[in-house]
Design a protein around this ligand. Structure first.
Ligand code: PMV
Length: 327
């Protein structure tokens, strides 16, 4: 097979409304629970993959600098799978750039691995197949499987051994003008990573079984509420999905607490807004930032209130965005 040898892709970050936390298969990186997210603009990663016969190892440059060996190893692991599928052995030069507002509190790994999967498959001459790209992105970071698609995207739970597990696009970005207003709370060091945190939770939290049993129903309500654009039904379950996930982390041994004092303050701001009739509910990931989910017409008020909350360094505003673009 002859490959074009070079391809570019753009993918966007996503925020889970129904959280993924914990794996059913560590080797294949399969989630133990279903999750559902919104793909977000304007948080984008742009990635170029260029085959180079002269290289004896892949070269990975991230945001203008040669990446760390452990980052390059994750890129090579994905490229090895693309090489196996395409039958082309050449190594590649990978250049990736994150167009994220500084310290956005939104992880770039989802957009990064989604862009890499799509660009690598095209550069090695594989026919575009978003389900395969999504499954490939999932092996690197499960949330990345969702960033292949735009709008509202579900990643089902995986049966151990099911390496084809891919995300499912539910509705495109124009379906519902929901906004995510992020209260950025720290620029500091990285917290306990999601992979490590999830491992602790499965092994030690007494709530693990309850989480695996209750998460599918929460995801189901979120799926239905999104389909019906029913914010009143959506909001409380979005909150419960993240609080249940954080309860797992908190009750693990050793305990992981992603909250900082300013996270609590921001959660109180969101609650006070709601008490005044503003439709807004919070979610949080494996970090202290508070992400307020609201309909478009409430976003300006939410931004203002979060920006005025002590400990919130800045706010940023995201909206549903498109799936991966390959050029
Ligand atoms: O796929 P990972 O390893 O980045 O884990 C994502 C975990 C959460 O962000 C906390 C939840 C989610 O579903 O995105």
């Amino acid at each position: 097979m002859s490959a074009p040898g070079k391809a570019d892709a753009i993918a966007r970050a996503n925020i889970a409304l129904a959280k993924y936390w914990g794996k059913s298969d560590d080797r294949l990186n399969l989630p133990a629970v279903p999750s559902l997210s919104i793909t977000l603009d304007p948080m984008r990663t742009e990635t170029r993959v260029e085959l180079d016969e002269r290289l004896d190892a892949d070269v990975f440059e991230l945001d203008g600098k040669v990446a760390l060996p452990k980052e390059t190893a994750r890129v090579t692991a994905m490229l090895d799978r693309v090489r196996a599928e395409s039958g082309i052995a050449a190594k590649a030069r990978v250049t990736s750039r994150n167009h994220f507002p500084t310290a956005s509190g939104l992880a770039s790994s989802a957009s990064g691995f989604a862009a890499l999967a799509a660009a690598a498959r095209a550069a090695y001459g594989l026919t575009r197949d978003d389900a395969k790209a999504s499954a490939m992105a999932r092996r690197a970071s499960a949330s990345a499987a969702r960033s292949i698609y735009g709008g509202f995207v579900e990643l089902p739970a995986g049966e151990p051994g099911d390496d084809a597990l891919a995300a499912i696009p539910r509705h495109d970005a124009s379906h519902w003008d929901l906004r995510v207003v992020v209260g950025v709370i720290t620029e500091g060091r990285k917290d306990v990573g999601s992979r490590e945190g999830m491992g602790h939770s499965r092994e030690t939290s007494p709530y693990w079984r309850a989480w695996v049993e209750s998460a599918p129903a929460m995801c189901g309500v979120i799926r239905e509420a999104i389909a019906a654009r029913d914010y009143e039904r959506l909001g409380p379950v979005v909150e419960q999905s993240f609080t249940t996930m954080h309860a797992l982390a908190f009750t693990s041994s050793p305990s992981t607490m992603y909250f900082q004092p300013a996270s609590i303050a921001a959660l109180q701001t969101v609650k006070q807004l709601r008490d005044r009739g503003v439709p807004v509910w919070p979610t949080m990931d494996a970090g202290p930032h508070v992400k307020a989910v609201c309909p478009g017409e409430a976003a300006a008020q939410v931004e203002q209130a979060l920006a005025a909350t002590p400990g919130v360094l800045r706010v940023l505003h995201a909206r549903p965005g498109a799936g991966v673009e390959v050029g």
